[in-house]
Design a protein around this ligand. Structure first.
Ligand code: HEM
Length: 410
């Protein structure tokens, strides 16, 4: 489209975003389907802070934008569609998280982190993950139904796994949990700043300890690799660890809760997975696509004028990807609102993003979800929901979809 055509566009009437989610709480907002067809790149206004941005709803447009170097992840840019509180006075003082960096710094930092989360490293963690999940299922069985699956499984599995991976003593789990919850549920700026400061102090303490006494954990390993081949400062290491915990903990908690709910709401799919545990990788791909729990946290700002999906996006304007709309695009996924664990094209989903910021922990979380779902279905074959779907306490106003509680019984 030429500049003239773009300028001739009618006055923008922003829609409030996120869109209302009516109907089945496991389905995406119904308006996405209409937009994808008739107005794939609408102009939206964030309910959170009134910032305005373009919304991408088509699979191809989302992927095109995410691989385009003309878009930045710099949250300090005034056009960046920020969706959580960040004490702006800290910008420039606190090192940015990986998610908010651009190349070349992003490339250098990501290269330091990725060996820790490689397929080989993740596979080595599988037996311990199995032990952790078995321990949680033992506790559920010992307690007897009904139980809350969130507090007995979704929370402890990623908490213990993350603490062991990073080398954070288990007693600090609550602090991390409070901090991350504030980030993704849009807590107040004051709450955020105070939790942020506590986390920063703890990470510096741990880094200093591991410099003296290296252990078998990610902080020690990052420090050692950095000594040999990197140029990161302790503040950069702290930012990398912070980024991992921020991006990884709450999302995995919610991935376990929503994925379990999707299986329990579709008992025939749960039966299929119980009979085909060897297909758990494909099942996790489909559950990730279907639930797309991180719908609109993937955002960028344009560094120059770019056209996407027939829409001219001006330099300085923000863009929000709806990963859920992309993952329900019928051009790629037939009958997209249907959960079908046998679907082969599920592996094309963008639930973990795409391009240079694609989820660094995706191998880890996919392995954890495989272990959780197959173990749960095998060890408690009669597991079922102990509430109606529309009575469940979904996390409202959250950046990542999740549940406060998930009552189950057997
Ligand atoms: C169900 C669980 C998870 C989901 C749905 C998820 C989703 C995502 C998405 C969509 C992105 C891309 C954001 C963007 O492009 O702006 C991302 C980035 C990231 N994720 Fe995850 N994630 C999950 C779990 C994890 C875990 C367990 C870890 C760490 C162990 C992790 C670490 C990261 C990091 C460090 C980034 C930033 C990568 C970069 O900027 O280069 N995530 N995640």
């Amino acid at each position: 489209m030429s500049d003239t055509a773009a300028e001739a566009c009618p006055v923008r009437q922003p829609r409030l975003f996120p869109l209302e989610r009516t109907g089945c709480p496991l389905d995406p907002a119904p308006e996405y389907a209409e937009l994808r067809e008739k107005e794939p790149v609408p102009w939206v206004k964030l309910r959170f802070n009134g910032r305005e941005a373009w919304l991408l709803t088509r699979y191809d447009d989302v992927r095109q934008m995410l691989k385009d170097p003309r878009f930045s992840s710099d949250m300090a840019d005034p056009g960046y569609p920020l969706q959580f509180h960040f004490p702006m006075e800290l910008l420039g003082k606190v090192k940015p998280a990986l998610l908010h960096m651009d190349p070349p710094a992003h490339t250098a930092h990501r290269m330091m982190l990725m060996p820790e989360l490689s397929v080989k490293r993740v596979e080595a963690m599988r037996p311990r993950t199995q032990e952790i999940v078995d321990g949680c299922v033992d506790a559920m069985l010992e307690h007897g139904g009904p139980v809350d699956l969130v507090s007995m499984l979704s929370m402890p599995v990623p908490s213990l796994a993350m603490c062991e991976l990073v080398g954070v003593p288990v007693e600090y789990v609550d602090l991390f949990h409070r901090w991350v919850t504030l980030l993704v549920t849009q807590g107040s700026a004051e709450e955020h700043a105070s939790a942020n400061a506590e986390v920063e102090v703890l990470l510096y303490k741990l880094i200093a300890e591991r410099q003296e006494n290296p252990g078998d954990d990610l902080i020690s390993s990052l420090l050692q690799r950095n000594e040999k081949e990197g140029e990161l400062e302790p503040a950069d290491i702290s930012a990398l660890v912070r980024a991992m915990i921020a991006a990884g903990h709450e999302s995995t908690v919610n991935g376990i809760s929503i994925g379990s709910l999707a299986l329990l709401h579709h008992p025939e799919q749960a039966d299929w997975l119980r009979e085909h545990p060897e297909m758990s990788g494909q099942a996790v791909d489909e559950l990730s696509r279907y639930s797309s729990i991180s719908d609109h946290g993937t955002v960028r700002v344009a560094l120059e004028d770019v056209e996407i999906g027939g829409q001219l996006i001006r330099k300085g304007e923000g863009v929000i990807c709806s990963l859920s709309a992309a993952n329900h695009d019928p051009a790629v996924f037939e009958e997209p609102n249907k959960l079908d664990l046998t679907r082969r094209e599920s592996r094309r989903n963008v639930a973990f993003g795409f391009g240079r910021h694609q989820c660094a922990g995706q191998m880890l979380v996919r392995m954890q979800l495989e272990v959780v779902f197959t173990t749960l279905l095998r060890r408690i074959p009669t597991l079922r929901l102990d509430a109606e779907l529309d009575e469940l306490p979904f996390k409202a106003k959250a950046l990542i979809d999740g549940l406060h509680e998930l009552p189950v019984t057997w």
